[in-house]
Structures are given as C-alpha cells and as structure tokens.
Design a binder for this molecule. Structure first.
Ligand code: PAF
Length: 305
C-alpha cells in the first residue's frame, strides 16, 4: 500500500507538508469520514484526488455526534478495509486520531452550534447531532489546513496551497450546515459537494444499508422511486403533487415515513405551497427520511425545471 497512516495532528501537519513539497503541490484536499467506507466514500476520495495534489482522508468516529452511547459502540470500525479503499482511490494520507487526540480534555466546553437549521429535519429526531458534527468538522478542517508545516519550502503566504474539503450530497443537511459554517465563520476552505452514489436499483449507498434484511432492502427502494417521480415531474414542468408520491411511500408496510418535503437547497426551508400545485419552475431539493426495519434512511434528489 502506498497510503500512509498518521494518528496525531503533528504527524499530519509534518507528513502533508512533506508530500506537498515533494510533489511541488499547489493544492490539498480533505475527505472527512467516520470510516465503514463504501463506494460513496470512494467517489468522494476519487473526486478529491482528481482535483488536488495531496489528499488526506480522516477516519474518526466522533462521539459528540451520537445521542446514545450504544449507537457509538455499535458503529462499525473497519480501518484496514477503509485504508485499502482509500489507497485504491489514490489518497495519500489517512488521519485516524484517537478520541484523546481530538478531545484531549474530554468533551469540549465550547462547541459550534448549528442554530435553527440544525434543529429541523434530521436534527428534530437527533438533538445535538449537528452541533457535534459541526464541532468535529471545524476541528478536522483546521487539522487538514495545508501550509502550516511549510516554512522554508518556498511557499510564501501569498502562495499558500488551495484547500478543498469534500462532502457527500446524501447528507444534504450536513452539507448545507458545513457550507453555512464555512461562510459565516470565514474558514479558508472551498467546500466541494459530491453527488449521491446509488446501487443499480436506486438505493442510495449508506454505511447503514448493511443492517437491512433482503426484504427490508427491497422495501427501502420506494424512497428513491418516490424521489425519482418528483424529479420527473419537475423536469417536465408539471405540478410536483407531493401527496401522491407520499402515498406511494406509505403504501409500503415495512417503511415508516418520517418526513418527505421539497425545500430550498441552501436554507432547507420548505418551498411555497404553490410550487407543488402549479407547474414546477426553478430549483428545489426533495428530501425524505424513513425508518426501515432497524435503520433510519435518508435520501434526496435535486429538482431542476
Ligand atoms: O458525514 C460523516 O461521516 C460525519 O458526519 C463527518 C462529516 C465525518 C463528521 O464526523
């Protein structure tokens, strides 16, 4: 394997600086993950590799974003397989710190708060989840900042490497929140959204799919089918008729629908009622969440007329 593993922030700074110097690189990409990687993550990594000279992927199961201790315990840890997948994608460095490295004094007293956007949709059923996710993303973005170890390597302040971080569109709310955090708090990084990867029959890839039985997996396909229905109606400038798409999901007995709506992609505020009854124009994001058997699944599709 060409990929290198580092576990401390100091090693990450030193190694990424060394790689940038060796490659005479002008850009660095960061792919934050919690491990248990699948093809969706591989797509994030490949996109980062195509756009940057040096790419770091972080693998850290962040305790701050889990509500229940049992969920944190249960979260799959598969570092060896994750490293093989990242290596195949061309990633240079894996940063897999311990909880003590990231939170040396225990849980931090000061955190990022996700604000009102963090309390709706996924946030409504997972209180504090987005505060925890944004807090660790802020830290990871700082750890991955290129140039910190580059003194004497010819990089002047004016010529600091470009810095990009990669997030999947599947977690649309996390992506919107990270984009707002970076804008609102002036983080020197470009956030690059990467489209959802699906199986051939339409299921959005997720680390949680492994917990679905065959029957549940089959039932879960109704989520992407309902989203595709809205996508087709938007593309044809037809009324979205969300109610009939919702009825389709509710007709599947193994699926317990939590929410299904059409929102503004940046604010995640529901679009005005008239967008649903009159021919659809403009841009929107159809979002859905449901419990299927033991897992909660989310999915979304951009709507563009
Ligand atoms: O999307 C994830 O895997 C996590 O929420 C992230 C961004 C790595 C933060 O822990």
């Amino acid at each position: 394997m060409a990929i290198q593993l580092v576990t401390t922030a100091a090693q990450l700074r030193a190694e990424s600086a060394r790689l940038l110097t060796r490659k005479r690189g002008t850009s660095q990409g960061l792919v934050p993950t919690m491990g248990a990687l699948h093809e969706g993550h591989a797509q994030l990594a490949r996109t980062a590799v195509a756009q940057n000279d040096v790419v770091v992927a972080s693998v850290f199961v962040n305790p701050l974003q889990f509500g229940e201790a049992a969920d944190l315990e249960r979260y799959p840890r598969t570092l060896e397989a994750d490293m093989a997948l990242l290596d195949a994608a061309g990633v240079d460095l894996v940063f897999a710190p311990s909880a003590e490295e990231v939170y040396p004094g225990g849980e931090p007293l000061v955190r990022i708060t996700a604000g009102p956007l963090g309390g709706k949709w996924e946030g409504a059923s997972r209180p504090g989840h987005f505060d925890g996710a944004l807090t660790v993303v802020a830290k990871l973005l700082h750890y991955g900042l290129p140039g910190a170890g580059l003194s004497g390597t010819g990089h002047s302040d004016a010529g600091l490497p470009a810095y990009r971080a990669y997030f999947g569109q599947k977690d649309a709310q996390q992506l919107a929140l990270v984009q707002r955090m970076v804008e609102d708090l002036n983080f020197p990084v470009e956030i690059v959204p990467v489209p959802i990867v699906r199986t051939e029959d339409g299921l959005a890839l997720s680390s949680r799919n492994r917990f679905l039985s065959d029957e549940e997996r089959q039932a879960a396909l109704v989520l992407s089918r309902a989203l595709r229905l809205l996508e087709a109606r938007a593309g044809a400038h037809e009324p979205l008729d969300l109610e009939s798409a919702q009825a389709l999901v509710e007709s599947e007995p193994l699926v317990d629908l939590d929410y299904f709506d059409v929102v503004d992609p940046r604010t995640l505020e529901p679009l005005a009622e008239n967008c649903r009854q009159t021919p659809f124009r403009g841009e929107g994001l159809a979002i859905i969440a449901a419990r299927v058997g033991p897992v909660r699944l989310i999915d979304n599709v951009p709507l563009d007329s």
